[in-house]
Design a binder for this molecule. Structure first.
Ligand code: GLC
Length: 730
């Protein structure tokens, strides 16, 4: 992918001049760290805090008063290769100037930042964006993010996150494309293309860093950072394909995950990082550990000392150390002791320099400076608004939606006016004041509404305020915005209970008892187990964390300016106890059914609240005339889709298979294709999806990929629980 004779020659020439310190410097990513509390160093403050000599408050006061250590001397000495967390062009350029003009060899720094779902133009959370099932939108939002981030001196984003996850208790489901491997794979490829473009050296493109490699989403119990244990067949079939798709799309870098797989931490897993990634997939970029990931191998218990961890990680193929300085501190001694060879170090340095050359950093090391800034420009906002609306999923509607603009509504719930809740959990450069909330959108549209927050970000309810609002308003419809406070979603935010939090269920009950119509609008990072709340509501719309244009997007959907087309990227469970839950489960010997001797829980129905792929719209679509036509190793599956309603809309046609013959258990359904079709009212279009034999196979327990002939059930469907059914031997 990046190896060319010209680049390899430039690497050879540069490395021939590099000292050991300069080589190890390339393997070190640093960030601004506080130093110098008022009289004592931060290190001493940390020791005093850990020893209990000062409390948290005093410690935090000390550290926040500290100045930032920019490690300028390390840059000057050529012993820093990368920076994390700088997203200001002047700041980046100042540090870069030291590296390029004052260090001995002038090797540019590569500046990395988490630009996960937008930079200043913040897009919907990835779990929400995945509900668009629109690869072009996946790519476009990444392209905009890259252009804006490059203006702020960013060369490299720690995204896309492509961890398949089947357990909504895991907070980081918000950050990824959901439960399905096929959707995640198309998402991954589109994101890499968006960030990197066709020419990764273009000044307004940035390097992707596909994470977290691998199977982080399978953390036991949905508990973040927890252990992962599974067969290689399952790893290859469910969790690795999105990374393979990203590498095929040209990903420049990857990030090993915090977790172990079957007892070996990803950070030091040579089979994963070298044999599979480089040997099987031909990856030739570089790998950066996750934050302190190398250090965490000591906690995992597979490394006794920092030196052990550094030795294992560099030998496994983890090229760069994000922030724990184990390479800087330990590699020189490990080399002297012969535990690490110069080849081990050179290999990592080459991989990093290869990307620095390929990304054009030697030619244009400074921030991208267009004539006119593109940050939050009208075109970018328009895209955020479009994706915001298309990511929203209409879960229930008994006819109350779309609302009429000339009819007053009552809006309740603090989410209606909180910009941070629009932006969501993984935002560094986004600003709450840039966000459009629902109230702002309603005002702009001239919709008459009363507003009473009644809740706060602790999800407590002001009962009096709610009763007063219900009593005083002359609106007969209430839009209630409920969900998860964004700070309780994302990393380190796994939850054992994923029902609606706090007093919010009571709020909805009080509204229902008032006799007014209830439109429940969900703002959440994950699927929530809300059967009772759905029952209470006349309509339910899942809006996820909708981004900087979230208010406009909610207005567009609620008032019918946009016909909702989102389809769930993740299953909604009936309760927390039924997690993990996903559509492509195995049939088992006692298939799930509402009978005694079946795989089920006796206290709930053996079905999800809403299945993967589900979503309503303001019109209806009819599927007919299923055709399955084999042609060599291809299978052409088509059907007629009719818009039977009075509103134009966009349908996501999904194609699932079930393989009946295999030496390994098979999922009851597997998504193997999707396409979108726009239909005017009463219009019919024939939609065809192409499948290939090599995507219809499976891994056996010897990790062999098998594609033998089988009878297949084929579904052309609106979601994973419905559709036209046909069979074929193929
Ligand atoms: C975090 C995350 C990773 C992120 C990195 C740098 O702990 O696991 O996704 O890219 O640190 O912020």
């Amino acid at each position: 992918m990046f190896k060319t004779p010209e680049i390899e020659k430039r690497i050879d020439e540069l490395m021939a001049k590099m000292t050991l310190e300069e080589k190890i410097g390339q393997l070190y990513q640093t960030g601004l760290s506080p130093v110098g509390g008022f009289e004592i160093s931060v290190k001493e403050a940390e020791q005093m805090f850990e020893a209990g000599r000062i409390g948290r408050k005093e410690y935090e006061e000390l550290v926040t008063r500290a100045s930032a250590d920019e490690k300028e001397n390390m840059i000057r000495e050529g012993t820093v290769g990368s920076y994390i967390g700088i997203h200001n062009p002047e700041h980046a350029n100042r540090l870069q100037k030291i590296a390029v003009e004052e260090s001995r060899l002038g090797i540019p720094l590569i500046f990395g930042l988490d630009v996960v779902h937008g930079h200043r133009t913040v897009f919907p959370s990835p779990l929400g964006e995945a509900c668009t099932f629109d690869d072009e939108l996946f790519r476009k939002s990444a392209e905009v993010a890259a252009r804006e981030a490059a203006e702020d001196g960013v060369h490299w984003t720690f995204a896309p996150m492509v961890d398949v996850s089947r357990d909504p208790r895991w907070g980081r489901v918000a950050e990824g494309p959901g439960e399905d491997t096929y959707l995640a794979s198309r998402f991954a490829a589109a994101k890499v293309k968006g960030f990197q473009g066709d020419d990764i050296s273009a000044p307004d493109r940035i390097c992707a860093c596909v994470k977290h490699f691998a199977a982080y989403g399978a953390c036991e119990g949905g508990r973040d950072y927890n252990t992962v244990d599974m067969s290689e067949a399952k790893l290859r079939e469910v969790y690795l394909p999105p990374f393979a798709a990203a590498v095929k799309a040209g990903a420049a870098t990857l990030m090993p995950a915090f977790n172990d797989i079957n007892g070996t931490p990803c950070t030091t897993n040579k089979w994963l990082l070298d044999d599979y990634l480089r040997g099987e997939l031909g990856f030739d970029g570089f790998l950066i550990s996750d934050a302190h990931g190398i250090k965490e191998c000591v906690f995992h218990g597979t490394a006794e000392t920092p030196a052990d961890a550094a030795e294992q990680a560099i030998k496994a193929g983890c090229d760069m150390d994000m922030g724990c300085e184990f390479y800087t501190d330990c590699l020189p001694e490990l080399l002297k002791e012969g535990r690490v060879t110069m080849d081990d170090i050179d290999r990592a340095v080459r991989n990093i320099l290869r990307i620095k050359f390929a990304a054009g950093l030697f030619e244009h090391p400074y921030a991208y400076a267009p004539e006119k800034s593109t940050k939050l420009c009208a075109e970018h906002r328009a895209l955020a608004r479009e994706i915001g609306a298309k990511s929203m999923v209409l879960l229930k509607n008994n006819g109350v939606l779309p609302l009429k603009e000339n009819k007053k509504v009552l809006v309740v719930g603090y989410f209606a006016d909180d910009g941070n809740e629009m932006l969501g959990m993984w935002v560094i450069s986004g600003r709450a004041e840039d966000a459009v909330c629902l109230n702002g959108a309603l005002k702009e549209a001239g919709v008459s509404f009363d507003y009473a927050p009644c809740t706060d970000n602790q999800l407590t309810l002001d009962r009096e305020a709610l009763q007063k609002a219900l009593k005083e308003t002359d609106a007969d419809t209430v839009i209630a915005l409920v969900g998860e406070h964004f700070r309780t979603t994302g990393e380190a935010n796994s939850k054992s209970y994923i029902g609606l939090g706090g007093d919010q269920p009571e709020m909805l009950r009080i509204i229902k008892e008032s006799g007014k119509k209830l439109v429940t609008v969900l703002l959440s990072g994950r699927p929530l187990a809300i059967p009772d709340e759905v029952e209470l509501s006349n309509a339910v719309v899942e809006c996820w964390q909708p981004g900087v244009e979230g208010g406009h997007a909610m207005y567009d959907v609620l008032f019918g300016k946009v016909n909702p087309s989102g389809r769930l990227s993740m299953t909604f469970p009936l309760n927390s106890g039924s997690c993990p839950i996903y559509y492509n489960h195995m049939n088992t010997g006692r298939p799930a059914a509402d009978i005694k001797w079946a795989t089920r829980y006796i206290d709930i129905k053996p079905v999800p609240l809403f299945p993967f792929g589900y979503g309503l719209s303001y019109t209806d679509y009819e599927y007919s005339n299923l055709q399955i036509v084999p042609d060599g190793n291809k299978l052409y599956v088509s059907a007629d889709i009719t818009n039977t309603g009075d509103m134009a809309g966009e349908e996501t046609v999904q194609v699932y298979i079930h393989r009946s013959k295999a030496t390994h258990t098979r999922p009851v359904r597997e998504l193997k294709g999707y396409t979108k079709v726009y239909l005017e009212p009463k219009e019919t279009k024939c939609v065809t999806v192409e499948l290939s034999r090599d995507q219809m196979g499976y891994y056996n327990n010897q990790s062999e990929y098998c594609t033998e002939e089988s009878r297949f059930d084929i579904y052309v469907a609106h979601d994973s629980a419905s559709g036209l059914h046909g069979e074929i031997v193929f």
